[in-house]
Write a protein that binds this ligand. Structure first.
Ligand code: ATP
Length: 456
């Protein structure tokens, strides 16, 4: 086995990623004109396309490709008892310390141990407060009064919406164990420290799948889902030497977990969690049985109506965190000329075509002599199958660079020859190779290229 990478050595930095994301319309600071809202971000025209495609790709991998997994979209606001049953009211806390001098807040588990031991601020050397527990759930009120009767939480994970619906889904869709329920949606956590751009935010999106299994088969299914989730990233063309497993030690395990592994990615700021795979046992359903008074046992009609509370294997990935990972993973700088100026280099996002915000850009070589009209005409044809862009302004080299920077895998140009023989030029983002293709074969050619795409 190849030796594990210890640090990131690629061309990306978080500054470059943040600046590219803003400049090219991927991600903007929330409420920027008011100075920005900490922990919240807005996804611009490129960002929303990328995010939607990542979500669609995950959804396909988790539902369409598995006969026994169905989807759900549960509400963000849930009955507050949900969070008592799940243990979040009691346990979903981070250890918090404040500096009395500079007022900075820290997660106690994120500062050096010696600072914690001698209670000195790692920023200014001032005195730190005692460590106290801080619950990460956002609280608000429903109804016209702000008293405790109307207290409600913004969900800190999407999973509980699945658990409280599991019986509904068994009944409505005649599911038999083992089966899964997948969901993508917003989650909210009042994070003490939000840094590294969109890595850790207060409002974010999760892609979670809960797999219901017979007790005793949970370890086997846990290992199976570890394999499947690893293969998922491989198929997406992620740099596999930038991924590794991290098993939770006894002090890291969540209150519900029997075993847990994170898939970590080597971001420019180091190895960080991307997705968690958890054996949540029958903890959640047992607690919901207790707190709701409803019988949440599964009745195994194929096995003498055996009754049991299923174990749950969870795969929990951050959608917005995956988006950041994919931008970092795709980011490259490449020397493409030797003229001694800034144009010698290109910045290119090598996204897999299935997630790239724009799949095909149409670039007429000239505006005049009917080339622009011809290009528009071809674009209208391509629109039915692909996300397209159109750009007729400026030198063709510059236009290619703009598309490279947002990760468009294919550019199509039309020139005078196109008018004569009906062919166009197809240019590949990664190799910059150009080939001529008959217009009538273009859609099929691009479709095949997407299917066969392998990252070099
Ligand atoms: P951490 O220890 O980093 O706070 P966690 O272990 O609590 O994270 P989980 O509860 O397992 O995270 O959440 C599952 C996934 O949801 C994470 O792997 C991550 O991709 C995503 N996620 C969790 N918290 C955030 C956040 N504040 N911002 C963005 N994504 C998040």
């Amino acid at each position: 086995m190849a030796e594990e990478l210890t640090e990131y050595t690629g061309p990306a930095t978080m500054e470059k990623i943040t600046s590219l994301a803003k400049r090219r319309g991927f991600v903007f600071q929330s409420s920027e004109i008011y100075g920005g809202q900490n922990g919240a971000w807005d996804y611009g025209p490129m960002g929303i396309e990328l995010k939607n495609r990542i979500a669609a790709n995950w959804w396909k991998a988790m539902t369409q490709l598995h006969d026994e997994i169905v989807g759900l979209d549960a509400a963000i606001l849930m009955h507050p008892r949900t969070w008592e049953a799940s243990g979040h009211v009691e346990n979903f806390t981070d250890p918090l310390v404040d500096c009395k001098k500079c007022k900075t807040r820290f997660r106690a588990d994120m500062i050096p141990e010696e600072n914690l031991a001698n209670k000195t601020c790692p920023e200014c050397g001032g005195e730190l407060t005692d460590t106290r527990k801080f619950n990460l759930m956002f609280r608000t009120h429903i109804g016209p009064t702000e008293d405790n009767a109307g207290l409600i939480y913004l969900r800190p994970e999407t999973a509980q919406g699945i658990y409280v619906n599991y019986k509904n889904i068994i009944q409505s869709n005649r599911m038999k164990i083992p089966f899964g329920i997948a969901q993508i949606g917003k989650a909210f956590r009042n994070e003490i420290v939000t840094k590294n751009f969109i890595f850790r935010t207060c409002e974010f999106e999760q892609m979670e799948m809960q797999y219901f299994v017979k007790p005793g088969t949970d370890v086997e299914w846990f290992n199976e889902w570890k394999k499947r989730r690893w293969a998922y990233y491989e198929k997406l063309g992620v740099k596999m030497d930038h991924l590794r497993w991290h098993q939770h030690g006894p002090d890291e395990l969540a209150h519900y977990a029997k075993d847990a592994y994170d898939i970590q990615y080597l971001f420019p700021m180091g190895w960080r969690e991307l997705e968690g795979i958890h054996n949540r046992t029958n903890y959640d359903l047992t607690r919901h049985t207790e707190y709701s008074g409803k019988d949440l046992q599964y009745i195994d009609q194929d096995n003498n109506n055996d009754r049991y509370i299923p174990f749950i294997i969870e795969t929990s990935a951050g959608l917005t965190r995956t988006l950041l990972m994919l931008i970092c993973d795709a980011y490259d700088e490449e020397k493409v000329a030797d003229k001694g100026d800034a144009d010698d280099w290109r910045t290119v996002l090598r996204f897999h075509p299935v997630v790239a915000p724009v799949t095909v850009a149409m670039l007429p070589l000239m505006k005049k002599d009917g080339l622009a009209e011809l290009a528009q005409d071809i674009r209208n044809e391509l629109k039915e199958d692909f996300a397209t862009d159109y750009d007729q302004a400026g030198a063709i080299g510059r236009r290619y660079r703009r598309q490279d920077e947002t990760g468009t895998p294919f550019c199509v140009t039309v020139d005078y020859q196109s008018k004569e023989d009906g062919t166009v030029t197809l240019r590949y983002r990664d190799s910059m190779e150009q080939i001529r293709v008959p217009r009538a074969e273009l859609t099929e050619k691009i479709r095949q290229e997407i299917k066969a795409y392998k990252r070099k």
